[in-house]
Design a binder for this molecule. Structure first.
Ligand code: IVH
Length: 666
């Protein structure tokens, strides 16, 4: 690979990882497994190591996690919460061992632990009393989730002795609690969580601790941030002392004298992993002696004295019996593999999405093939590859139909898309899926309207559009299967209640392309009424921070459709609220030096991280953008400010240093 190719490859890796980060941290809805993510990240790190001159400050390699959400109080970690370097095979474990022994110049003992798949948290005890719990956040600054952590019954509110310390561990949701919760959610027509980790993270990020309290979370503590008057000299001693204080540690840890023993431990757990009540995604290997840990120290991001061995995703072999098609709410036609039932990672799998025609072709998947299945993120089944050696010659190649399986109109492939789409706006399947989306939790949140009921409503012709939902009659509903008096009453009340939702829920529910929950919130806050928003053109929309051209274009096109205006009028007639009810846009206090200003941040500051500075400016009503232009009002420049500084000078933009920034805050 030459430098130019490397540059291009780096660029695409970064974009991919940025997207995965966003899906994982912000949306709690990852599209790839951790294993795949870690591999991509590794690829990026390796390539950057080879071409250090190509490392950019915004590369995902340059930060440890996502920025904390603003809804909770920020907590600064006195000792940074780092993450671990990964090992993917035995060779990498042996390499780790060699580096450790060379680094210490001594023999070492390791402690092996299960790598719990949950959310890293820090617990602070003062004189034995639990005073604060926080998420890891970006490693330096996390969020104060004390109230939610207090709901975890295995977190002691008082230790057995009046120690002052900060311990770290993993909060998680046991498998069974996860399955039960998802069942209940699906019954209610709510979106299930993708995996226990997201469920745990989602629960701990709730502003209302009553929700976390209902979620049956648990914790294992595995490390120490700070410990006043600590007397341990090894990690294993720490684990024992922690346990004696009443802190819950995982009982499966083991001391290993050699790397061979470590490898044996790892293999043992690959086998026994499905038997555990909670999910693990690997094994953590730590140097036991604290003086040796100290001698080894840290790289920029990881301790040199520990590594995480990541399990490969679990796979299984089965026969692909058929390919079925389904039409989504945006008209995309998705093929699904129908499989001979097979157990993978603890559950029976019978279906796996094939995503699109290209994938079927690339993997040369045929009906009747013997295929390898794995679970992405350990939960979503996927066909990884075909075992071609097992072909008999009877297998049938598959090609996608030319017509919509639901309404028979001709399918199209839009430019630059891999998906085939049905573009008939009256396609039943699209309307049905659109309604499922409309009533979902983040949209209008209508409880009791699950997929089955919606399918029935369509089948019985009781409903054709979203607006018809608000015209349903009691008698009609009572005719449906499994709908008694009580459920009908509850459903009608839920429908009625949804009329009062704030604008963003309706906006998200309409299913405008590219408009997710976050954009819906931003738009609602910015325009305040549906009327204002529907009148805004592309230019006006693009003035809103976070709304790019693609989204602006899609919104403007949506509101230009006559049938959309008709639908909105119809909804209005039914009494659906079209106004924003949430907190007003942050204008900042009147005396704020940043109010209404467009501000760029650059360089390193001593007292603030970049995200802290950004939050401060935004809270004071300033708008933070990424690059200097003639519209920039102010550049706040820390140390080592580069090209932005020069550009600001050239354009005559006002420039402040850190001190001036700090002074403006007092
Ligand atoms: S030790 C200095 N031990 O895995 C690093 N981590 O990247 C301290 N995890 O963020 C981490 N089980 O959330 C450690 N037994 C265990 C763990 C564990 C799960 C998580 C933790 C950390 C990530 C490693």
């Amino acid at each position: 690979m030459n430098q130019q190719e490397a540059q291009q490859h780096l660029q695409s890796l970064r974009e991919e990882i940025h997207r995965y980060n966003y899906e994982y941290h912000t949306l709690d809805a990852p599209s790839v497994s951790d294993y795949e993510y870690d591999k991509k990240m590794r690829e990026l790190l390796d390539l950057e190591a080879e071409y250090p001159q190509l490392v950019t400050p915004d590369s995902p390699s340059q930060r440890v996690g996502a920025e904390p959400l603003s809804a909770f109080q920020k907590v600064r970690h006195n000792v940074a919460m780092l993450s671990l370097g990964n090992s993917f095979d035995e060779q990498e474990l042996r390499d780790f061992d060699r580096r450790v022994r060379e680094g210490t110049g001594e023999e070492v003992t390791y402690v092996c632990e299960l790598k719990i798949d949950g959310l890293a948290v820090s617990l602070t005890y003062e004189d034995g009393v639990f005073v604060r719990g926080a998420t890891r956040g970006d490693g330096t600054t996390g969020e104060d989730i004390t109230v939610n952590l207090r709901t975890i019954k295995t977190i002691p509110l008082r230790l057995h002795q009046p120690e002052t310390l900060e311990v770290r561990g993993e909060a998680f949701m046991p498998k069974e609690a996860f399955l039960k919760m998802n069942e209940a959610r699906e019954e209610k027509g709510e979106e299930p969580f993708a995996n226990p980790r997201n469920a745990a993270a989602g629960s701990l990020r709730q502003l209302d601790p009553k929700i976390a309290a209902k979620r049956n979370l648990d914790i294992f503590l595995y490390g120490v941030g700070e410990w006043q008057g600590e007397s341990s000299s090894s990690h294993s001693e720490r684990l024992e002392r922690m346990q004696h204080l009443g802190l819950k540690t995982n009982p499966e840890w083991k001391k290993c004298g050699t790397i061979e023993e470590v490898i044996e431990y790892v293999h043992g757990w690959v086998e026994r992993r499905p038997d555990l009540d909670y999910e693990i995604d690997g094994i953590v290997i730590k140097v036991d002696r604290l003086d040796q840990q100290e001698a080894l120290g840290f790289t920029a991001k990881n301790p040199r004295w520990a590594t995480a061995y990541k399990f490969p995703a679990e796979e299984a072999v089965t026969r692909l019996n058929d390919i079925e098609l389904s039409v989504g709410r945006t008209g995309v036609v998705t093929p699904t593999a129908i499989l001979n039932p097979v157990k993978v990672a603890g559950t029976t799998v019978q279906r796996a999405s094939l995503h699109n025609e290209d994938l079927i072709r690339e993997r040369d998947i045929r009906i009747g093939d013997t295929v390898v299945i794995k679970k992405a993120g350990d939960i979503i089944p996927e066909v990884v590859r075909v075992i071609t050696e097992q072909r008999s010659g009877e297998e049938e190649a598959y090609s996608m139909p030319e017509h919509c399986p639901e309404c028979n109109s001709k399918l199209v492939r839009l430019e630059e898309e891999v998906a085939l789409r049905c573009i008939n706006p009256n396609c039943q399947a699209q309307l049905r899926e659109g309604l499922i989306h409309f009533v979902s939790r983040n949209a209008m949140d209508i409880e009791g309207l699950g997929e089955k009921v919606i399918a029935q409503l369509f089948k019985e012709n009781l409903i054709a559009t979203i607006a018809d939902l608000y015209k349903l009659q009691r008698e009609e509903l009572l005719q449906l299967e499994r709908m008694g008096q009580k459920s009908v009453d509850n459903l009608l009340k839920a429908i009625e209640d949804s009329k009062d939702n704030s604008l963003e829920k309706l906006l998200f529910g309409l299913g405008i392309r590219y408009v997710g929950t976050k954009a819906a919130q931003t738009l609602a806050q910015e325009f305040e009424t549906m009327d204002e928003l529907s009148k805004a053109g592309v230019e006006t929309l693009m003035q809103v921070p976070e709304i790019g051209e693609k989204m602006a274009d899609s919104i403007a096109r949506y509101f230009a459709k006559p049938q959309v205006l008709e639908l909105l009028e119809d909804l209005k007639q039914s009494g659906i609220n079209m106004e924003y009810k949430g907190p007003k846009k942050n204008q900042g206090p009147d005396n704020s030096p940043f109010k209404g200003k467009t501000i760029v941040l650059t360089g390193k500051m001593e007292q603030f991280t970049r995200s802290e500075a950004k939050n401060i400016v935004q809270e004071l009503g300033g708008k933070v953008t990424g690059s200097i232009s003639k519209n920039t009002d102010l550049l706040i420049a820390g140390e080592d400010a580069g090209s932005k500084y020069d550009k600001a000078e050239k354009l005559g933009v006002e420039i402040w240093n850190e001190e001036e920034f700090a002074n403006a805050l007092t």
